[in-house]
Structures are given as structure tokens and as C-alpha cells.
Design a protein around this ligand. Structure first.
Ligand SMILES: [Zn+2]
Length: 296
């Protein structure tokens, strides 16, 4: 178990807006702090695991050795991805023929589902093992990072970019989000999923909530902090996609409870859609520019 409990001095201010942070939870591997800026409220772990600790945690929790042990954290069930694409189809029209980039595609499950809808897919996956598996499944073209993609396919722009349960793992997610906004076509959209730090479960379980005990999670987003991070990263028309996901294996009682949680916004998952912000015309007023900046 990781024993470091001291605050990293560099993380005593908000990583997104620079405001002061307040301690919320003490975990075995870190503390959870929250920005006091009411326009931000970013929650994050401090300190972050270093690269060696992080790789060890990923191997232990997501990619156990081939000794029969089971990954503690599993991928999103395919049924949930299908329901999400169905919802996107209903909201945005036919998806067939569109181009999609899945950032953090893992072994390529989301891209596989997307292809069922006639979508042309590309993936980004830093883990070599997962990348190899993804490349073998359906001939998905997968790059290790965005630089590789830009070098191999200069000028590529996508109609859909997905970032599914990935943003909470990134060290400074607004950097990658900004790069992704530049890779979207002007009428394209980002689909983002992340655990909901405003969920009933997070509220009840506090430091036992599995999304804070997971040491590979560096950020715990709420609606407000996710919106702030997306605005900061060059997105506009940010909207929550809220529909009652039917989780496979849930009893009728759990389905009813789950439907109630989604209706109240207390569900376990945040699903957001956002569009790339268009370059502002030269005569844009100062107040419009200021509206996308976080108040300091
Ligand atoms: Zn902040």
C-alpha cells in the first residue's frame, strides 16, 4: 500500500484555476482536495502517483498478469455503450458514415460498437498491450498518442470524439481536451463519460467510494467542475446527456432506483456532449471573452 500522506506543495492550489484548495478526504494513497472558487470547485487527488507507482497500480487494478487474477476495475459493459449510441442517434441523427476518434480506446470495445452503427473509427491508446489487441480487432487503426495520429494523418478532423472514463486518469486533462477540440470538425461533438462526484454513492460512501479509492483517478468531476474544465479547454454548447441507462443484471427494483437517481442527477456517471468553440471574431466584446474564463 502506498503510504505517502503529505501534501505536495505544488498541489495546494487548484490545478485548473489557481485558487486555494480545501482538504476533503484523507485516503491511504493521497488526500482529496477541492477548489474553493465557486466557479470551479475542481476536486483532485494530491499528490498524484508518480509514473512508477501509476504503472504498478494499472497493472494491479486493470491489467493483472496472466496468472488467473481478475481485474478489479472492469470496462463499461457493451450494452451501456449501445444505449449511449442509440441516444446520440436520437439526438443528432444518423451516425452511419461519420468519423470517430476514441481517446483512450483500450482494447477497442467502444470502437467495435461504433462500427455496428456504420461509424468509421480511429483509436488512441498509450498501453502497448491494449493497443495490439485493439489493432487486431476489426482492423482498428490505433495510435499511441495524438502526435502519432497527426503525423500519420495530417489534417485529420473527426465528427465525433469520445473520451470514455479516461479524463479522470489524466494528469492535466484540460491539455488533452484542448488538443481534442482542435481535432473536431466545426460541427463535430465530443462525448465524455466520467464518474459523478455528485452522485448519491459518492455522498454516502465518502472515502470508501470506489472512484476515490482507485489510485489511478486523479480527478473527481461534478457537473460544475466538468463544465469549467471543458470551457477552459475550448468547448462550447456544453450539455449533459441525461437518460436512464439500463445496467445489465440489475433487478427491477434497482432499475427503478436508478431511474430515480438519473432524474435527480445523483446517478453514478456523468455523460456530457460539447462542441468545439469557434474562433471569436476580431470585434468580439470583452465580456464575451471573459465569460469563458474562470473567475479568479
Ligand atoms: Zn479551481
Amino acid at each position: 500500500m502506498l503510504t505517502r500522506k503529505e501534501m505536495d506543495p505544488s498541489l495546494q492550489s487548484c490545478r485548473l484555476c489557481g485558487h486555494k484548495v480545501a482538504e476533503r478526504l484523507v485516503l491511504p494513497h493521497a488526500k482529496v482536495v477541492k477548489c474553493v472558487n465557486r466557479n470551479c470547485r475542481l476536486m483532485f487527488s494530491s499528490p498524484q502517483l508518480d509514473s512508477r507507482e501509476l504503472n504498478a497500480a494499472y497493472r494491479r487494478l486493470y491489467y493483472p498478469a496472466s496468472d488467473g487474477s481478475v481485474a478489479i476495475y472492469e470496462n463499461t459493459p457493451e450494452e451501456i455503450l449501445r444505449q449511449t449510441f442509440d441516444e446520440a442517434h436520437a439526438k443528432f441523427g444518423p451516425l452511419a458514415g461519420k468519423t470517430l476518434l476514441d481517446f483512450g480506446c483500450g482494447v477497442g470495445r467502444l470502437c467495435g460498437i461504433a462500427r455496428e452503427y456504420g461509424i468509421q473509427t480511429r483509436g488512441i491508446e498509450p498501453d502497448a498491450c491494449a493497443r495490439q489487441i485493439a489493432g487486431k480487432s476489426g482492423g482498428l487503426r490505433v495510435y499511441a498518442n495524438l502526435d502519432e495520429l497527426r503525423a500519420a494523418e495530417p489534417g485529420a478532423r473527426f465528427e465525433i470524439i469520445t473520451i470514455w472514463d479516461v479524463v479522470e486518469h489524466l494528469r492535466e486533462p484540460w491539455k488533452e481536451l484542448q488538443e481534442l477540440s482542435a481535432l473536431l470538425q466545426p460541427d463535430g461533438w465530443l462525448l465524455l463519460s466520467t464518474p459523478n462526484a455528485d452522485s448519491l454513492r459518492a455522498f454516502l460512501e465518502r472515502e470508501r467510494w470506489s472512484d476515490v479509492t482507485n489510485p489511478t483517478h486523479f480527478y473527481y468531476f461534478t457537473r460544475r467542475s466538468l463544465r469549467s474544465a471543458l470551457e477552459r479547454s475550448g468547448f462550447s454548447a456544453i450539455d449533459e446527456l441525461r437518460f436512464p441507462i439500463r445496467y445489465p443484471g440489475h433487478s427491477i427494483i434497482r432499475r427503478i432506483v436508478n431511474r430515480g437517481l438519473w432524474a435527480c442527477g445523483l446517478q453514478g456517471q456523468l455523460l456530457f456532449i460539447a462542441r468545439p468553440r469557434m474562433p471569436e471574431p476580431a470585434r468580439t466584446s470583452h465580456s464575451q471573452s471573459a465569460s469563458v474564463e474562470l473567475a479568479r
